[in-house]
Design a protein around this ligand. Structure first.
Ligand SMILES: [Zn+2]
Length: 485
């Protein structure tokens, strides 16, 4: 995500016929697959999904756990996705509610026991009734519904657009401790998932234009409805945004089709160019972009922007320079979060910090935008110093520990400074200390080794140690808050 409060850089300057497009090929990889079929009518979505789960761990599985993020918008939720500070902006027509429900779970026609569990009715636990051994598969089908609140958020219906991230039950990431459950914290991006292959069929009013994480395989119109089928492999989730107002422009660069969807932009070519240059530059600097399509989507969104596989949401409520900077930031997330994933609850700084520093690299490499590395790093340092001073005066202490969970942050201001700005400074210090050659070699190695996997901060440290940089003490001093900036 791009927090507006993290604008450290720009604010300072600042029918029936069918069209079949190539067809959907079936991949036989050792990955979990989702086949999702949803119908959208006004604010109500009816869905069914078949998950072919592949046990890629070395332990057996007796149950599957799915996140029901859409349920956090229900009345009485313990954890609201909207922070108190954003209530009026997020609910322009007053507070209202949505929710998610599961009607049936079965495996090859045999009903399975399931329960809505978790700390905040946020988890669907499915009892498989048998053990699934390592390298074995199990097929589970789920019928569900999602009611959309009128809320400016990752999932919500508004005047111009309908944002549909987290619209289906998403498998929790599975680690040594089993499936990782996370509630919907309003701070940060409370997401952690493994990569899977998706085929998603969406039926809706034919007047909607759809921007999605997937590549369009077919589009069939029948009466007033259209059914579009999309596919994307190796994705942590699938999101889409639809609008009857969308216009779009597309540019293909190095076999990547980049499309910008917008409804309020006098210079759409300029906006698209930010994405084109970002994909081009980050591919050259870190390693080739991991999909063959990418959608930049202007939408109603309270925070600056939000990243999803092959799709980014950009808030329509940003000034020019900030708008461009947010496009660069969200595009950089395609490397850091979408490709190289991480537990964003425990290590939010891992992707956000590197993404922020990627923005610095972008502007450094594109001087025509008038921002230098020195200027941006100095701005970050100044912002961080003000944070330390303010925290000291208000709370009598400053907690600069980066290695802590989302729940342990004292609000957005602290989170932005510790998870975005401080690590951004950290990467510049690292680069100064080990030189450009080792610094970039490390990032390229990190991308290559952890693409489509989940990394931890220790993995990043390990990568730099392998490059010959004596960096362990360096990272530790930042992670545990000992370093004085
Ligand atoms: Zn971000």
């Amino acid at each position: 995500m791009f927090k507006k409060t993290a604008l450290i850089l720009a604010t300072v300057l600042i029918f029936t016929y069918a069209v079949v497009l190539g067809g959907c090929k079936k991949d036989e990889n050792n990955r979990t697959t989702y086949e999702i079929d949803v119908s959208l009518s006004e604010n109500h979505l009816v869905g069914s999904q078949t998950v072919n789960y592949y046990n890629d761990t070395d332990t057996t599985v007796k149950e599957l756990k799915f996140n029901l993020f859409g349920n956090a918008f229900r009345k009485g939720a313990k954890y609201s996705p909207i922070s108190p500070a954003h209530l009026s902006l997020s609910y322009p027509n007053g507070i209202n509610y949505g929710g998610m429900a599961v009607q049936d779970v079965n495996s090859n026609g045999q009903s399975l026991e399931f329960e809505i569990s978790g700390e905040d009715a946020n988890i669907l636990t499915v009892n498989l009734g048998e053990e699934i051994f390592p390298e074995e598969r199990v097929v589970v089908s789920i019928d569900f519904t999602l009611d959309l609140a009128n809320v400016v958020a990752r999932t919500g219906i508004n005047a111009h657009t309908i944002n549909l991230a987290n619209f289906y039950p998403i498998l929790c990431a599975r680690g040594e401790q089993g499936f990782y459950e996370c509630v919907y914290y309003s701070n940060g991006d409370p997401f952690y998932s493994d990569c899977a292959d998706y085929t998603v069929k969406i039926t809706l009013d034919k007047n909607f234009v759809v921007a999605s994480s997937g590549k369009l395989c077919s589009s069939i119109e029948k009466g007033e409805l259209t059914t579009k089928t999309y596919k994307i492999d190796n994705a942590r989730s699938f999101a889409f945004v639809c609008s009857k107002l969308f216009k779009s422009i597309t540019k293909t660069v190095d076999e990547v089709e980049i499309t910008y969807y917008y409804y309020d932009d006098l210079t759409p070519d300029k906006s698209l160019e930010y994405a084109v240059k970002s994909i081009d530059f980050f591919s050259e600097r870190f390693g080739k972009y991991c999909y063959d399509h990418f959608s930049v989507v202007q939408t109603e969104f309270v925070q600056g922007g939000m990243e999803f596989p092959a799709l980014v949401m950009i808030s329509d409520d940003l000034e020019d320079k900030a708008y461009g900077e947010v496009i660069v930031h969200e595009t950089a997330h395609q490397w850091w979060q979408t490709a190289v994933g991480n537990n964003e609850i425990e290590y939010g700084f891992l992707d956000e910090g590197l993404t922020e520093y990627s923005v610095v690299l972008f502007y450094e490499n594109n001087p025509e935008y008038g921002m230098t590395r020195e200027y941006m790093v100095k701005s970050a340092q100044d912002t961080y110093k003000v944070f330390c001073s303010v925290s000291d005066k208000v709370f009598g202490k400053v907690n600069t520990v980066m290695m802590r969970s989302l729940k342990d942050f004292n609000g957005e201001y602290e989170y932005v400074n510790i998870a975005y700005i401080k690590p951004c400074i950290m990467y510049d210090c690292l680069r100064e200390s080990i030189g450009d050659a080792k610094f970039f070699k490390g990032l390229q190695k990190y991308y290559k080794e952890f693409k489509f996997k989940n990394a931890t901060p220790y993995d990043l440290v390990g990568i730099y140690e392998k490059t010959g940089a004596d960096s362990n003490g360096f990272f530790e001093s930042f992670f545990d808050g000992k370093v004085i900036l």
